[in-house]
Design a protein around this ligand. Structure first.
Ligand SMILES: NC(=O)C1=CN([C@@H]2O[C@H](COP(=O)(O)OP(=O)(O)OC[C@H]3O[C@@H](n4cnc5c(N)ncnc54)[C@H](O)[C@@H]3O)[C@@H](O)[C@H]2O)C=CC1
Ligand SMILES: O=C([O-])CC(=O)C(=O)O
Length: 312
């Protein structure tokens, strides 16, 4: 039996659980939240949709009872505050660091062999928090951001060209924030380099919109996005449970790749039954290297904030 726990039954967590269920990615999905009754209610609601949408994955809710999460294959951590207009993701660190730490300790106790996918923000540093708290190997504690960021980028390109988003392939590096590094050199439309189809000024504008894609939605809705983020996390779960060995940009601790050590950043990886099976290293040009260095510097600063919080 395949079992997935989603911690946090808010917007992203509930969406992720719903996708995992209706696409029958896992046989059992436990949705857990600290708020009394919310996870039970949403799990029941998703289960009651099964006869309509025709799936048999079972969703189960839990108010902070981690025994129900025992022996999960994958844990998705979405618990924590989302940002409001005017905030950066980094502004969430103080509250979310505590939440991610306690949640990680609790899930690992009941599922010591699980693979952990972190969604809570600030993403790269919350992945760091979950990794050091869980003491699991780095391939088993990874962050979701790159699938979402490339999805936004791909959607904007599809809109510009008036073609199906299915045709667009892209990779992206760096932290989940304004310093992320979309890579036009590695972006194709049915195999055609995007640079042959979209003029530079338009592509630059798409890249800028992608970098602030989360903020655009926060401004519109007063809170952050959930449909694409929930689906992106579910896609990572699917690649792991089905050992698909798909190539996705994923946040992981770098240990020398790209000349970077001891920093949590998004890079292309092969995702399979062991989590990250391999980090793929691209041969970056000088401009791309410089952008990645800026992103590394920023994530390192926020990692230092977490280190200081831990000492306080
Ligand atoms: N990595 C990414 O690309 C994305 C990250 N996010 C982040 O995901 C997180 C969740 O966002 P939303 O679902 O929109 O927020 P939300 O407020 O709708 O849901 C968060 C849930 O976490 C629960 N929670 C808080 N403390 C908990 C604890 N100790 N144990 C269990 N549950 C707890 C809350 O009760 C709430 O139901 C935020 O930090 C947000 O910034 C959101 C979108 C994309
Ligand atoms: O923008 C936010 O705060 C949530 C998030 O990470 C995203 O949607 O990319």
């Amino acid at each position: 039996m395949t079992k997935v726990t989603v911690v946090g039954a808010g917007n992203v967590g509930a969406t992720c659980a719903d996708v995992l269920a209706y696409r029958e990615i896992a046989q059992e999905i436990v949705l857990l939240d600290i708020k009394e009754g919310v996870a039970e209610g949403k799990a029941l609601d998703i289960w009651q949709k099964a006869p309509i949408n025709q799936y048999d994955s079972r969703t189960v809710g839990s108010t902070n009872d981690y025994s129900k999460t025992a022996n999960s294959d994958v844990i998705v951590i979405t618990s924590g505050l989302p940002r409001k207009p005017g905030m950066t993701r980094d502004d969430l660190i103080q509250t979310n660091a505590g939440i991610v730490k306690i949640v990680t300790e609790s899930v690992v106790k009941h599922s010591p062999n699980a693979i952990i996918i972190v969604v809570s923000n600030p993403l790269d540093v919350m992945t760091y928090q979950a990794h050091i708290t869980s003491k699991l190997p780095r391939n088993k504690v990874i962050g979701m951001a790159g699938i979402l960021d490339t999805a936004r980028y791909r959607a904007f390109i599809a809109e510009e060209l008036n073609i199906s988003p299915k045709e667009i392939q892209a990779i992206l590096l760096g932290g989940h924030g304004d310093t992320m590094v979309p890579l036009p050199r590695y972006t194709t439309v049915a195999g055609i380099p995007v640079t042959e189809l979209i003029e530079k000024s338009k592509l630059d504008a798409i890249i800028e919109r992608t970098k602030s894609g989360g903020g655009e939605l926060v401004k519109l809705m007063g809170t952050s996005a959930w449909y694409a983020p929930g689906a992106a996390a579910a896609q990572m779960v699917e690649a792991i449970l089905k050992n698909q060995r798909r190539v996705f940009p994923v946040c992981i601790k770098l240990e020398g790749e790209y000349g970077i050590d001891d920093c949590y950043l998004g890079v292309p990886v092969i995702l399979g039954k062991n989590g990250v099976e391999k980090v793929l290293e691209l041969d970056l040009n000088a401009d791309e290297k410089a952008l990645l260095e800026v992103s590394r510097g920023h994530v390192k600063e926020v990692m230092a904030v977490l280190d200081n919080l831990a000492k306080a």
